[in-house]
Design a protein around this ligand. Structure first.
Ligand code: SAM
Length: 342
C-alpha cells in the first residue's frame, strides 16, 4: 500500500493523518480523540450497560477493523471501568500508519491510560504490530492487543472463523464507502454478524444508506450515533432487541437515537441497495457495477408496483441520476470521514 501520509492536527488538538493516496483525513475534523470518545467508546459503553447491566462482563473482546492510529480501541480501553480484561484484535494494512502510535499515546488525552499502566514500551510494541499485553494495575485489568498486519478482506477470508460468536464489539473504520466500497459490503458485515455474541454490536462513522441498508438486511437493529460535524451521525448496529426500549424511551439520547424520518426515507430508495462481494475478493469496479445493476432492478420493481397501484410515474427511460458511477475513483478532494454521504 502506498502510505504517503501527512500529519494533521484536528480541532480538539489531537493528532491525525491525511492519506495522500485517498485524499482523506483519517478522522472527523472535529477531533480524532473526540470522535473515538463520542462516536465509538461512549456508545459502546452505553450498549454494554444496557445489554449486561451495571456489572459488565469480566472479559470484553473487540475487533478493531482498520486500527490506523488506534484511537478507537485505545480510548475504549482508557474508558473501561476497573476489574475488566480486554482483548483487542486489531487489523491494519499499513505499517506506515502504525509508526505514529507511540506519538498518539504520548498525547495529553491519553494521560489516564499511561497512569493506569500503559508504558512507552507497550506503545512501541503496538506500533510495531507486536502482540502486546498491557498490565494496568491502575485498572486491575490486562489489555491484550493482537496486532494483525493484513488487508481486512484477506483476514476475514482466512481467519474469520476463529471469532465465531465471541466478540462484544466491532469497530469498523475504513476509508469511506465512496473511496473503498469493497470494505463496506453486506458480505463482510455477514462475517461480522457471525463473530458477535448475542447483544454484540458494530460501530462505524458512516451513515450511508448502502451501509445501514446492509445491516438492516442482515437483521441488525440500526440506530444513529451523535452528529459530529456531519449531517447524519454515525451508525450503531446491534444484534438483538436489547436497545429498543431504552432508545425508544430516550434514556440514551445523548449517545443513541432512532433513525429519523428523513433517514428512513433514504432507506426505502435504491440507495439502500448494499455493496456485495460474496467471496471477499471482487474487484472494486465489479462491486460498483453489480450494485448499479441491482439498483436498476430495484427501481424497475418499485415503478411496476406504483403502476399496478394506479399511481402516476415518469417515463421508464428517465432514471434517477447514477451518482454511483462517480463513486470512488479519482475524486480529487480531501474528504473528512464525517461527510454526510459517507
Ligand atoms: C480512517 S483510517 C482508520 C483510523 C483509525 N481507526 C484510528 O482510530 O486512528 C482507515 C485505515 O484503514 C487502513 N486501510 C486501508 N485499506 C485497508 C485494507 N484493505 N485493510 C485494512 N486496513 C486498511 C488505512 O491504512 C487506515 O489506517
Amino acid at each position: 500500500m502506498n502510505s504517503e501520509l501527512f500529519t494533521a492536527i484536528t480541532e480538539d488538538g489531537s493528532l491525525s493523518l491525511v492519506s495522500g493516496l485517498y485524499m482523506q483525513l483519517y478522522h472527523n475534523r472535529i477531533g480524532a480523540y473526540t470522535e473515538a470518545l463520542l462516536n465509538y467508546s461512549n456508545v459502546a459503553m452505553a450498549v454494554l450497560r444496557a445489554v449486561h447491566g451495571v456489572e459488565l462482563p469480566s472479559t470484553i473482546n473487540i475487533l478493531d477493523c482498520c486500527f490506523g492510529l488506534g484511537y478507537n480501541s485505545l480510548v475504549f480501553a482508557q474508558e473501561l471501568p476497573p476489574n475488566i480484561d480486554l482483548n483487542v484484535t486489531a487489523i491494519e494494512l499499513d505499517p506506515g500508519v502504525m509508526q505514529f502510535v507511540p506519538q498518539v499515546l504520548n498525547q495529553a488525552c491519553f494521560a489516564p491510560l499511561r497512569a493506569a499502566g500503559l508504558s512507552r514500551d507497550d506503545a512501541a510494541a503496538i506500533g510495531a504490530f507486536a502482540r502486546t499485553e498491557v498490565h494496568c494495575p491502575g485498572k486491575n485489568g490486562t489489555y491484550t492487543f493482537e496486532m494483525v498486519a493484513s488487508c481486512l478482506r484477506d483476514y476475514w477470508r482466512q481467519h474469520g472463523d476463529r471469532h465465531q460468536g465471541s466478540q462484544h464489539l466491532i469497530l469498523h473504520d475504513p476509508f469511506s464507502p465512496k473511496k473503498m466500497p469493497e470494505l463496506w459490503t453486506i458480505d463482510l458485515f455477514e462475517r461480522y454478524k457471525a463473530a458477535l455474541v448475542d447483544g454484540g454490536m458494530v460501530l462505524t462513522y458512516s451513515s450511508a444508506p448502502a451501509v445501514r441498508g446492509a445491516f438492516l438486511e442482515l437483521g441488525f437493529r440500526v440506530y444513529r450515533t451523535p452528529f459530529l460535524g456531519g449531517k447524519w451521525g454515525g451508525t450503531l448496529a446491534v444484534l438483538g432487541d436489547y436497545m429498543e426500549e431504552p432508545v425508544a424511551n430516550g434514556e440514551l439520547a445523548e449517545h443513541i437515537t432512532p433513525l429519523g424520518a428523513l433517514e428512513y426515507e433514504r432507506l426505502v430508495k435504491s440507495s439502500r441497495v448494499p455493496f456485495r462481494d460474496p467471496g471477499l475478493k471482487s474487484e472494486r469496479e465489479d462491486i460498483l457495477a453489480a450494485r448499479i445493476a441491482e439498483q436498476e432492478v430495484f427501481f424497475a420493481e418499485v415503478r411496476a408496483q406504483r403502476l399496478a397501484n394506479g399511481e402516476r410515474v415518469g417515463p421508464a427511460g428517465k432514471r434517477r441520476k447514477r451518482k454511483d458511477a462517480k463513486l470512488a475513483l479519482g475524486q480529487n478532494q480531501i474528504l473528512a470521514t464525517d461527510s454526510g454521504t459517507n
